[in-house]
Design a binder for this molecule. Structure first.
Ligand SMILES: [Zn+2]
Length: 250
């Protein structure tokens, strides 16, 4: 088989492999995106649940402090019952009032903190619900990846093996060029020659639509074992059998 035809075979198989892989890749990408979102939600869940725990600990320590002050007030009151000295009594009364003030402040703080903890708890419940939904989405995405694999896995393995055999037929420098083009042009490695005007010998590259020097068209026609590229986009040029036959008949 002439090199030009071998390259065309490789091109077709490359297209097939790409098409099949695109389906798998799309499913895999969707799974990745859904999994990332789940990770983020779980992290949020952990942070919020930590906040709730810390908040609850703060509330109970404030409540403790407040009840400690209460105890001290009670004790002072008992002591005050036994005090006969007016000055001492007044000093104790000042202390009682200070403790009461402090206790009031601590209780206010505890209330405020409780409000925060409640709000965080609500947010946590929302995130937990989101996590549950997201787990389902991840499971669906996993199933989609699996069904894509079931569907295209065998075809992809088959096409990949055939592509390898076809690639082995191409000289290594040309193959490297092909692979580079395939990467750059997303598999559109070939520019099919399009006839614009036969009489004026005007031909364009189907890849970049630029006009081709007639020497390139002639080389493609006459030397099927040589590969010819487009001077504008560097794609390998390809001529359909029908067009080749028509030009050749002239
Ligand atoms: Zn071109």
């Amino acid at each position: 088989m002439p090199l030009q035809d071998q390259l065309y075979d490789l091109f077709l198989l490359d297209q097939q492999v790409r098409g099949l892989r695109t389906r798998l890749d799309a499913a895999t990408r969707r799974l990745g995106a859904q999994s990332n979102k789940l990770d983020q939600l779980r992290q949020q869940q952990t942070e919020l649940s930590d906040q709730v725990k810390h908040g609850q600990a703060e509330v109970s320590s404030l409540e403790h402090e407040a009840s400690d002050l209460d105890e001290r007030v009670k004790k002072l009151r008992e002591q005050m019952n036994n005090v006969r000295n007016n000055k001492e009594y007044s000093a104790m009364l000042v202390e009682v009032n200070t403790f009461k003030d402090e206790k009031g402040k601590l209780e206010d703080q505890a209330l405020e903190k409780m409000g925060e903890v409640d709000a965080t708890g609500q947010r946590l419940a929302e995130v937990q619900a989101q996590v549950t939904d997201q787990v389902k989405l991840v499971e669906l995405a996993q199933a989609e990846v699996q069904s894509s694999k079931d569907e295209v896995g065998d075809q992809l393995a088959d096409a990949t093996a055939k592509r390898e055999i076809a690639a082995d037929q191409i000289p290594s420098d040309r193959l490297a060029q092909f692979e580079r083009l395939a990467d750059n042009y997303d598999g559109e490695t070939l520019g099919e020659i399009e006839e614009q005007d036969r009489r004026r010998r005007e031909y364009t590259c189907g890849g970049c639509y630029m006009e081709l020097p007639i020497e390139r068209v002639n080389a493609l026609m006459m030397k099927p074992d040589e590969l010819v590229t487009c001077p504008s986009c560097n794609r390998f040029l390809y001529i359909k059998q029908e067009l080749k036959a028509e030009i050749g008949a002239k």
